[in-house]
Design a protein around this ligand. Sequence first.
Ligand code: FE2
Length: 204
Amino acid sequence: MNVDFSLVPKHFAPRTHEKMKDVLMDPDGIGPSVHYYMIRGGVDQKNVTVWEPGTISGEYIKTYGHYHVGQLDETYWILLGEGIVLMQKLALDEHGVMIPDQVEEFKAVKVKAGDSIYMAPGYGHLVANTSTTYLVTADTSPVDFGEADPVSLPGHADYKPVQIMQGFAYYIVEHNGSPALVKNKKYKTIKNEDFGGLDVIDLP
Ligand SMILES: [Fe+2]
């Protein structure tokens, strides 16, 4: 097998607390300096993501969340730990552009080691670690190694609508020792909701 070792530094991308402040329920909360680590292998080697366990002001450590550009889908395999996947599809304006604060469909799915989960085209997605260990996944998302800055966000994904809304339509929080959802009040409308058996709570 021919391995291009010049790509090795580009394979590793840590997602820092500083960057994650954009999308946290409490941007002033205390968290680890790195929330999750990505080893990008692309389709050939798969990508591996490792989440730290823990919460920031009660919110479980999660990925930033993104929408795909174009009709891209992907499958995630859960290798270790357990978590919750959030998927949401935004309403489109008359030009087919996503409206950041209007959700057509929201879905929460509990996953654990051994499971796989399919992210359909058009659905933004994030994954939170609800276990007391690392959460580890592998996925088939294509990676553009041509990007200038290896730590920057991958080119196939659109992070802007998530950044504008300070995260997805719900935050996943620890409540009496188990996960529950808290609504992100910045969203104007959420048409269809499937909470996957999770409670929705109000924070004081
Ligand atoms: Fe993705």
